[in-house]
Design a binder for this molecule. Structure first.
Ligand code: FNR
Length: 192
């Protein structure tokens, strides 16, 4: 059974992206995966600095996030777009977990061979689409296989109902399909 870790690149209260990844997480669970949904805000990490790591070691929160990555096969990620790129919160978490925390640890061990599906949500019409290109490239560069499909949900201010669900049935279906695609591909890799 595929183990999927789901998180967004926003720790904002009422984050659209956290809502979106929550919807995808539910769909992945319904598709048969074991899903862990987290909020990166619960893993506060200083901005990465190699001196900090050398002098003080890994912060507990960074180690905990990295451990979660190691314990899962696939990732569901929703990121806000900040000035055309994905968020610094997400980048910083990815950077910390990319560093070796054990002697003789293989490079990028938290990422290599993992799968991911990426999505975004923003108040503008493009829905954060431009940030997804950067996120896809980064993930692929560190050894993550990103599924070809992706989704950007625009006009976020009116996209969700009071229960945090997408109002538009087509958008809901698209996020569900994206999550299902991740589960199917990850299942094949985990137990081919
Ligand atoms: C933004 N926002 C934004 N939106 C967008 O579609 N394209 C962009 O380039 C940017 N740039 C940007 C920069 C900065 C610094 C901030 C704070 C915001 C708006 C952004 O999409 C909006 O704040 C979302 O609500 C963020 O996602 P969450 O936190 O709701 O998940």
């Amino acid at each position: 059974m595929a183990r999927i870790l789901a998180f967004s690149g926003s720790s904002r209260k009422d984050s659209y992206n956290q809502k979106l990844v929550g919807i995808a997480a539910k769909a992945a669970e319904q598709a048969g995966a074991q899903v862990t949904l987290i909020n990166l805000g619960d893993f506060p990490m200083p901005i990465y600095n190699q001196d900090l790591q050398n002098e003080q070691g890994f912060p507990t929160s960074a180690l905990a996030f990295k451990q979660l990555l190691l314990e899962h096969d696939g990732l569901l990620i929703a990121s806000p777009e900040y000035n055309s790129a994905f968020s610094p919160l997400l980048k910083n978490a990815i950077d910390w977990a990319s560093r070796a925390s054990e002697p003789n640890e293989a490079p990028l061990s938290a990422y290599r061979g993992k799968t991911a599906a990426i999505m975004s949500c923003a108040p503008g019409a493009l829905g954060g689409l431009r940030g997804l290109g950067f996120l896809r490239m980064l993930l692929q560069n560190i050894g993550v296989m990103v599924v070809p499909n992706q989704r950007a949900i625009g006009l976020a201010g009116s996209a969700f109902d009071e229960h945090g669900q997408l109002k538009d049935a087509e958008q809901h279906k698209a996020i569900t399909r994206l999550a299902e695609e991740l589960v199917q591909i990850t299942d094949k890799l985990v137990s081919p």
